[in-house]
Design a protein around this ligand. Sequence first.
Ligand code: MG
Length: 159
Amino acid sequence: MRVGFGYDVHMLVQGRPLILGGVEVPYEMGLLGHSDADVLLHAICDAMLGAAALGDIGTHFPDTSPEYKGVSSMVLLERTAALVGARGFRLKNIDTTIVAQKPKLASFIPKMAGRISEAMGIAFDCISIKAKTTETLGFCGRGEGIAAYAVVLLEEVAG
Ligand code: MG
């Protein structure tokens, strides 16, 4: 078994859609980034790569590359899953926390888990997504950005 941890932050700005876990969440602001800035999927990618000791998301999908400009992070997640799978690891489960003061995310979580489940080929009940506020403290609490944490467990496949 191999454990991996990932963390990411993106800034909230006007004029961008808010994409979290591959789902567009209606809100007056969105996350700024080279890709669609899906902070949850980026944290999961980093956790997967971390567990396999394969570097990080910036190594594999550089934000200087035109190939990844505006790309859906679901594509990055699928490619990460393929990389990790090619190294002989199978994903067991994912546990995540999104830190956002606003908007309320609870009603979107099942859809996010469904998208991630499809992309990674693991059961819906192996994916946990939690949403927290910071009681208005810090940059998340002031609504300046959204953070995400992810932990994954990989199993080394015999062979
Ligand atoms: Mg990111």
